[in-house]
Structure formats: structure tokens, C-alpha cells
Write a protein that binds this ligand. Structure first.
Ligand SMILES: NC(=O)c1ccc[n+]([C@@H]2O[C@H](COP(=O)([O-])OP(=O)(O)OC[C@H]3O[C@@H](n4cnc5c(N)ncnc54)[C@H](OP(=O)(O)O)[C@@H]3O)[C@@H](O)[C@H]2O)c1
Length: 463
């Protein structure tokens, strides 16, 4: 067997602890798969007095990052401390010291991918990041290697387990948003400060990484239109259900409207059962890609509508293969460690170095795609208003929509309270296809009406 591959683990918390455990408890299996032993040489933490996995030899635990980065018996640095300041320095210093890097840090890659990957190319070293998107689900490898014969035409994904857990609890058990969030926090699915999960930022970071691999675009945060789940009320979940839909927080990338319609049409025709492929005419459409993270109403029968709890799932449409689905645990100690160790094995074998060099991620060359401005994206919309129960209100709203050339597919005004309280009544409108920009303009006007008693709530429809 070849020389061991020496590893320094920077960070040994939830994920780092899992990685150390797999490397030490399954050393033989890992060595077989990597065709060489993978030796844990250093474990760097902030507080060395904290209890750690008993398999970790005490004498390799240290607080000294620099000595780990410059240890000549270390060939790979695994960054698992998180954040974008110390972590960025660790990654850049490791590359400069001639080490390969494995990281699970989506925020770092979304923010500084260009810099990190340029530094890796300059140092002729490799950066692996399977765990940065969808935790234990091998979607980076699927996009970068297994689907390499394809041009990806669209991605639809559930990339934030916390949001999916909350939406599932609201839909299946009728919980309010705040009770579902409290439960997610109690079970350890949500952080004490859940903002990045529920406002769509975390999913946007991951979508930016998927968009880079699939389309070669280095999307800036403002180019990814983002709407979280924190505006979803239990009544929206109920109304969507009555219409035959489930609300999911989706991260989506569509290459062109023609491709989008072709895929959706084919999916509906096939009832989601058969693989489909996009006609080549759709692929000749302009090479732009629309990126957004938002709650979307999916038909109950859609594959992604059936992804429950804290799970992640990624649907990828490729021009050769058609539709493929990847699903599994998107976070957690062992699922994420599974992806990190797979990266180490790939480095051990020498595969990762070759695919990394060929992929030219975040390079200036790009692949000819541009990011489409969010306001140009067309969709059908679910619009829920709380309106005064008096004559003329409906006419005002439909006129505003008509002025923006938005036509209505269905409209349901819910019954007024019988107590004569004059409380506002919910009005649910589903539109035909409309450009997001024009829809938003109509919303601004509707929100100014004195007869609407709360800001309009809206979501796009997945069909
Ligand atoms: N948790 C998940 O399910 C999950 C899933 C996918 C990706 N990720 C990503 O994986 C990364 C790690 O997440 P995590 O949940 O494992 O974090 P965590 O539990 O908070 O662990 C962080 C580790 O880093 C150490 N650390 C922090 N700052 C340090 C510093 N300045 N110097 C030395 N050590 C330092 C901590 O030391 P102490 O132990 O001494 O405090 C701890 O061991 C993040 O980028 C995260 O986004 C996490």
C-alpha cells in the first residue's frame, strides 16, 4: 500500500467530530477505498479542554493552526470551523503552504469562491467541497462528474433542512410558523438564531455553488432573488392545500423560459414518472440562467412536494440524461462527515486532483452563461390578500392586475365572519404566467389600496 495521506482537521465540532470518528473507527475500510491509509495527524480546536471522541489521541489535539498548516506530514487540510474570516485565512494559508483543502463551508465558497479557487490553481492544489451543499447527498460529484456528458438545463432543490422541517410541520400538523420553528430549535435542526435558514440565505449560498458548477456563473448574492419562509402563515398552507399544492422553499436555476416550459410540460405529460429530456431547440435559447430561492407551490404529486422533514433533495435536468433526483440528509454530524471523508478518499486515490483541474471552477473563462435579472423571470403566482368585505374591492384589485397585463386563473374569496365584526376576509388569487417585475408593480399598487388590511402575501407556482 502507498504512503499514508496525512490530514490536519481544523475544527472538531459537529462535523469535524464525525470526520475524526469515521477516519479512526473505520480506518481499514477508508484505507482500502483510498488505496492508502488516511492518517489523522493534527486536530485543531479553540478549547482543548472540551471532551472529544475518545478515539482521538490526546497528543494530536492542539490550538495552534499555523503549526498544523506547516506540518510536513500533512498533505490535506480539512477546514471545518465555519464562518468566513478565520476559515478563509486557514484555506488560503493551507493552499499557500502546498496543502490540498477539503471544506464544508458554503458561506466561504459563495462569498470568496473566485479567490479560493484562483489560489488553488496558482498553488496547483485541489479544493474539495462535497459537504458544502446538501450535507450527505452527493450532488457536487453528480453534477461535476457523473453528469459530465450533459449541459444542465435546470435545477430545482430543497437545500435547507430547517425550512423544510418547519414547512412539513405546518402542513402535516397544522402548526403555526412560530411553533414549528420552536420545535425545530428544540430538536437541534435550527440554530438559536435561525435567520440564515429561514430567510433563504443559506439556500442561496448553496445555489450559488451549484450554479457555478453547472453553468460557470459566479453569481453575486444580489443576483439570486431571495424570499424566505418567515412570511408564510398557516392559512397559506391551508389555502395551497385546498388548491392541490404543497409549499416548499425551493432553490431554482432555469436556463431559459423555453427550457423551463419544456421541462414542466414534459413532466406534467409524463406525470412525473418517466425520464424526460429537453428538445435541443430549447437549448439554443439565449444562454442566461435565472436563479432564485423562494417558497413555491408544488402540486402534491411533484417529487419535491413529497420530501418531508429535515431532508434535502436536488432535481437536476440534463440535456442528455433527462431528469435525475438526489435525496438524503442535508446536514448532521455523520451525513456531512460521509461527504468529507469521500473527498479525502478521492484525494487519496488521486481522482479529485484530476477532476478539479479539468473543471476550472470559478475561473474567468466561464461557460457563456449570464445571470438573468430576477424581474424578467415569468411565473404563475399565488396571491393572498386580506381585504375589506365591501363592494368594489374586488374590482379595484382585478383592474390593477389587468393594467399590468396579468390575467387571473382562479379567485377564491373566503367567507366573512358571521359575527358581523367586519374583520377582513382572505382573498386568494392564482394568476396566469406573468413577468415578476410587472407582478411586483401590481403588488405595490394593491398594497396602497385602503381596502387591503395587510401587505399582500405571494408565492410563485411550480406549474
Ligand atoms: N453541522 C452541520 O450539519 C453542517 C452540515 C453541512 C456543512 N456544515 C459546515 O461545516 C462547518 C462546521 O460546522 P459545525 O456544525 O461542525 O461547526 P461547530 O460544531 O461549531 O464546530 C466548529 C469547530 O471549529 C472550532 N473552531 C472555531 N473557531 C476556531 C478557531 N478560531 N480556531 C480553532 N478552532 C476553531 C471549534 O472549536 P471548539 O470545539 O473548541 O469550540 C469547533 O471544534 C461550517 O462551515 C458549516 O457550515 C455543517
Amino acid at each position: 500500500m502507498s504512503e499514508p495521506l496525512g490530514v490536519a482537521l481544523i475544527g472538531c465540532g459537529t462535523v469535524g467530530g464525525g470526520v475524526a470518528h469515521v477516519l479512526l473507527a473505520h480506518a481499514e475500510r477508508v484505507a482500502q477505498r483510498a488505496a492508502r491509509p488516511i492518517a489523522l495527524r493534527r486536530v485543531v480546536v479553540r478549547d482543548p479542554s472540551k471532551p472529544r471522541d475518545p478515539l482521538i489521541p490526546r497528543d494530536i489535539i492542539t490550538t495552534d493552526i499555523s503549526s498544523a498548516l506547516h506540518d510536513s506530514s500533512v498533505q490535506v487540510v480539512v477546514e471545518l470551523i465555519g464562518g468566513t474570516t478565520v476559515a478563509k485565512k486557514v484555506v488560503l494559508d493551507a493552499l499557500a503552504a502546498g496543502k490540498h483543502v477539503v471544506t464544508a463551508n458554503k458561506a466561504l465558497l459563495a462569498d470568496s469562491g473566485s479567490e479560493v479557487f484562483e489560489a488553488a490553481r496558482k498553488a496547483e492544489r485541489t479544493v474539495c467541497f462535497e459537504a458544502a451543499v446538501a450535507g450527505g447527498v452527493p450532488v457536487i460529484r453528480a453534477l461535476g462528474e457523473s453528469l459530465a456528458a450533459n449541459q444542465v438545463t435546470a435545477i430545482q432543490a430543497i437545500l435547507n433542512g430547517t425550512s423544510n422541517f418547519i414547512l412539513t410541520a405546518m402542513a402535516e400538523r397544522g402548526l403555526s410558523y412560530s411553533s414549528a420553528l420552536a420545535e425545530a430549535q428544540k430538536l437541534g435542526y435550527a440554530e438559536a438564531d435561525p435567520t440564515l435558514d429561514v430567510d433563504g440565505s443559506d439556500a442561496a449560498h448553496k445555489l450559488a455553488i451549484l450554479a457555478q458548477i453547472s453553468f460557470g456563473v459566479a453569481a453575486k448574492p444580489h443576483e439570486i432573488a431571495r424570499q424566505g419562509i418567515d412570511t408564510i402563515d398557516a392559512m397559506d398552507i391551508r389555502f395551497a392545500n385546498e388548491l392541490g399544492y404543497t409549499i416548499k422553499l425551493l432553490a431554482e436555476a432555469w436556463t431559459s423560459e423555453e427550457a423551463r416550459n419544456a421541462e414542466r410540460g414534459m413532466r406534467n405529460k409524463n406525470n412525473g414518472q418517466e425520464p424526460s429530456s429537453v428538445p435541443s431547440s430549447a437549448l439554443r435559447a439565449p444562454r442566461s440562467v435565472a436563479l432564485h430561492v423562494a417558497p413555491v407551490l408544488l402540486r402534491h404529486t411533484d417529487l419535491l412536494a413529497q420530501v418531508r422533514g429535515a431532508y434535502n433533495a436536488v432535481l437536476v435536468y440534463g440535456d442528455v440524461v433527462g431528469e435525475t433526483l438526489y435525496q438524503g440528509p442535508g446536514a448532521g454530524r455523520m451525513p456531512t462527515a460521509s461527504s468529507v471523508v469521500a473527498d479525502l478518499i478521492d484525494l487519496g486515490v488521486g481522482r479529485a486532483q484530476r477532476t478539479f483541474a479539468a473543471a476550472r471552477l470559478w475561473s474567468r473563462e466561464g461557460r457563456g452563461f449570464t445571470v438573468e435579472p430576477p424581474e424578467r423571470v415569468r411565473s404563475r403566482f399565488y396571491l393572498r390578500l386580506l381585504v375589506a368585505d365591501k363592494p368594489g374591492v374586488l374590482a379595484d384589485i382585478t383592474r390593477i392586475l389587468a393594467d399590468e397585463e396579468i390575467s387571473i386563473s382562479s379567485l377564491v374569496q373566503h367567507e366573512a365572519q358571521e359575527d358581523g365584526s367586519g374583520a377582513p376576509v382572505p382573498l386568494v388569487i392564482v394568476t396566469h404566467y406573468a413577468a415578476t417585475g410587472r407582478f411586483r408593480k401590481a403588488l405595490e399598487k394593491i398594497n396602497r389600496l385602503t381596502t387591503t388590511s395587510a401587505p399582500a402575501v405571494f408565492f410563485s407556482m411550480g406549474d
